[in-house]
Design a protein around this ligand. Structure first.
Ligand SMILES: CC(C)(COP(=O)(O)OP(=O)(O)OC[C@H]1O[C@@H](n2cnc3c(N)ncnc32)[C@H](O)[C@@H]1OP(=O)(O)O)[C@@H](O)C(=O)NCCC(=O)NCCS
Length: 292
């Protein structure tokens, strides 16, 4: 009896991502060691559109999603092929379909090292590095700069108070996405002279919690907005994705025990995505890897 066998290859077909059981998506993300829970996939499916690569007996071998934000922009994410199916053209095939579905929208994504060359070949250009920081929150937070303004909790029905600020920081209106995230998030605002100058959300994600999106006008404000949530999460696993490499905010995260676990590259196709204004609001903490 021979000791090896060549199995017949099989065909994958594209299906809408809403047509498969969430447990299959969960297994897919686990196969590439991503921390998403079924609940995280549920939220992402409500936030965007996507497709999966499925074999003849319904097994999921790949996924790709896009998240419209406003009329002319979308982020792309959850681009995964199972290790067994990688380097055989599946990732490119999924991305080609996402690009077709996105039409003329300007696009942005956060590329892992594994996916970077694929996105370059599809016309995406690099804009910034994202530092994915995570760790267990300490019992006591490190010293913080003086607070300039007033911190408050924002009730979900008053999201309108942060929409304009968020749109200025991101360059696109993502009010619908913020409303979805807010369903299960606590929201802190910072006000000065009667005006909201920053906000931060915190929600359960993956192994623990994610603090983001965080929008603020400077590092000091971003520290306080992040700390509002961090103070309540002693001993819990927390993740913050930020494009700040150095400075007061990055140092605060580092001293809080949030080490850089991985870096990804923010890339865009179409108009430039990141346009920081002098003294304007800025996204200090991302809503998520796929959501920017
Ligand atoms: C990134 C990922 C989706 C790519 O999927 P894939 O099915 O392997 O992609 P493809 O086979 O279509 O290859 C696409 C390109 O990637 C590159 N590539 C793929 N596998 C490679 C390998 N083993 N070595 C070097 N380059 C490789 C090639 O440039 C290839 O281009 P080509 O079509 O000109 O040959 C997959 O590796 C993956 O799921 N990784 C883990 C999750 C992840 O990082 N997702 C990206 C999120 S931004």
């Amino acid at each position: 009896m021979q000791k090896s066998v060549r199995l017949k290859s099989f065909e994958l077909v594209a299906r809408d991502i809403n047509d498969v059981d969430v447990e299959l998506l969960h297994a897919l993300s686990i196969s590439v060691r991503w921390p998403h829970r079924p609940k995280d996939w549920d939220l992402l499916r409500r936030a965007g559109h996507g497709l999966v690569a499925v074999d003849g007996i319904g097994r999921v071998f790949g996924s790709a999603m896009w998240f419209p934000q406003g009329d002319d922009f979308a982020t792309v994410g959850l681009v995964i092929t199972t290790p067994r199916a990688q380097a055989q053209g599946g990732g490119r095939w999924l991305m080609d379909q996402v690009l077709e579905q996105c039409g003329n929208r300007n696009l942005a994504l956060n590329a892992t090292h594994a996916a970077y060359s694929l996105y370059v070949s599809l016309g995406f250009t690099s804009e910034a590095i994202v530092y994915m920081r995570q760790g267990e929150m300490p019992q006591t937070l490190p010293a913080m700069p003086a607070l300039d303004g007033e911190l408050n909790e924002l009730p979900r029905d008053r999201l309108g108070e942060i929409t304009a600020l968020d749109t200025r920081a991101l360059g696109t209106n993502r009010a619908e996405l913020l409303a979805l995230l807010a369903e299960d998030a606590s929201i802190a605002t910072l006000s000065r002279n009667g005006a909201v100058v920053g906000y931060s959300m915190c929600r359960e994600f993956g192994r623990g919690f994610v603090i983001g999106p965080t929008v603020a006008g400077n590092d000091q404000d971003a520290v306080h907005l992040t700390a509002v949530h961090a103070k309540k999460l002693a001993g819990r696993f927390v993740r913050v994705d930020t494009r700040e490499r150095n400075g007061v905010f990055a140092e605060f995260l580092q001293r809080s025990g949030l080490e850089v676990a991985e870096t990804v590259t923010t890339m865009s196709k179409g108009r430039r995505f990141l346009n920081r204004e002098d003294n304007g609001p800025w996204v200090y903490g991302l809503a998520g890897h796929a959501l920017s």
